[in-house]
Design a protein around this ligand. Structure first.
Ligand code: ACO
Length: 399
């Protein structure tokens, strides 16, 4: 924090806060977090209740509309989302143009951005009806784009949505269907994946939501704003962390190697991925719920052998002074990768699943931003550390 007074600077006081660790960029009524006590609420509802009793689509409605739906509202919402799952054939051609080994997050980011060209009216962000239809489209189409990015990497034909299935069962069908007959995923898998989507649905001003808000503050269309959120989520310190956790667990290889690995972390050689959080200085409540989903999934798929290494790592870290002193606990990513791997997803797909879950949160925050009259374009200050008043020497005298 510094007091800076420059000629012509009206504010007089500026904070230097790289990474916004202590700076609020907005007011929001979407999500509440108490990091010290491990509390997470969407619109005031504890995450534990929503994860246990709601569906992802109901949570999406809650985030967007601010209240739980009546039965009629839910049916209407579900109907609209279900019947917007198809994407234009040219989007399909666009996606098919990617390299065979394109990262699915790159494909998702590009194809979400491309949707703005299919719905040019989406620039009318001050029209409530227009906003609503774009929100429905985006929540509906994200699983289609995500599943196609997955099929692309496998060199398999893209599967069209099956609108007789639920949101999450349809997603699984587009991912894994192999024949013309209807795909019927195990209900326990559908429920576990639905729960994971709920747990990822919003997390107040995380890096990707901040990206959506920052880009959205320019009043661009919502597809462009959400594409920037997908880009931010791609990074290994954010959504890419569960992929990094899995790679880390595989590298450790066996329980005997954990102590040496932990020593390396403490020496600063690397981080214990899936541990630590900017906000939670206590157990991430989502990590607790994911542990339960692990049990449900492994009941169907058989236990992932890496689970033992993860459990032992957690036990050792939670009793080690280095982690205790810094208040580093497992975050949402520590166990989610194990589930995704058991469900046959390659690590590159993990962040795509996160993005699909986070979409209602991004949109709820975008909606809030767009309807907040006090919102200004996001334009942080800087502390300039470079040279001043340099005299330009012509190229002829320098070269
Ligand atoms: N392993 C080892 N040490 C760690 C870890 C970790 N995972 N996380 C933080 N630390 C240490 C830092 O080295 C630092 O130690 P020091 O004070 O001795 O220098 C101290 O804890 C504070 O770390 P910061 O980087 O200042 O904490 P910050 O709040 O900026 O970072 C972050 C949070 C990025 C999540 C960090 O904990 C991390 O890199 N974790 C691993 C990656 C991860 O799991 N990301 C997923 C986050 S959740 C999500 O995006 C959904």
């Amino acid at each position: 924090l510094g007091q800076i007074k420059l000629p012509g600077d009206l504010s007089g006081l500026a904070t230097y806060d790289p990474g916004f660790t202590n700076t609020a960029s907005c007011r929001s009524s979407v999500t509440y977090i108490d990091g010290d006590n491990g509390v997470l609420e969407y619109r005031g509802y504890p995450i534990e209740q929503l994860a246990e009793q709601s569906t992802f689509l109901e949570v999406a409605y809650l985030l967007i509309h601010g209240a739980l739906p009546t039965e009629a509202e839910y049916k209407n919402w579900e109907h609209h989302i279900t019947f917007h799952t198809y994407v234009h054939e040219n989007v399909k051609s666009f996606m098919q143009g990617f390299r065979y080994d394109a990262h699915p997050m790159g494909m998702l980011m590009a194809s979400v951005g491309a949707l703005s060209t299919f719905y040019p009216e989406s620039v009318n962000i001050h029209d409530a009806d227009n906003r609503n239809i774009q929100i429905i489209r985006m929540i509906a189409k994200m699983p289609t784009l995500g599943a196609w990015a997955f099929r692309h990497a496998q060199g398999k034909p893209y599967v069209y949505p099956d609108n007789n299935l639920s949101y999450t069962a349809n997603f699984l069908s587009m991912l894994f269907k192999m024949s013309e007959t209807r795909y019927h995923p195990d209900e326990r898998i559908v429920r576990a994946l639905d729960t994971l989507l709920i747990l990822h649905a919003d997390h107040e001003q995380n890096a990707s939501t901040n990206a959506v808000r920052s880009v959205g503050s320019t009043q661009v269309d919502p597809y462009s704003a959400v594409a920037s959120g997908v880009g931010a989520l791609f990074g290994p310190l954010h959504g890419g962390a569960n992929e990094a956790v899995l790679r880390m667990l595989k590298r450790i290889g066996s329980v005997e190697n954990i102590p040496a690995f932990i020593e390396g972390v403490k020496a600063g050689n690397e981080r214990l991925m899936g541990f630590g959080h900017r906000v939670y200085k206590n157990y991430d409540p989502r990590a607790k719920l994911i542990k339960k989903a692990c049990d449900d999934v492994f009941e169907v798929t058989g236990v992932n052998p890496l689970l033992k290494i993860a459990q032992e790592l957690e036990k050792i870290a939670l009793n080690d002074e280095y982690f205790v002193k810094r208040r580093l606990y497992p975050n949402v990513d520590f166990y989610s990768g194990l589930i995704y791997e058991a469900l046959q997803f390659p690590p590159e797909m993990f962040t795509v699943l996160f993005a699909i879950g986070r979409t209602p949160g991004w949109l709820a925050q975008w909606l809030e931003l767009t309807t907040d009259k006090d919102q200004k374009i996001a334009r942080p200050k800087q502390i300039y550390t470079g040279a001043r008043g340099q005299l330009y020497v012509p190229q002829s005298q320098r070269w």
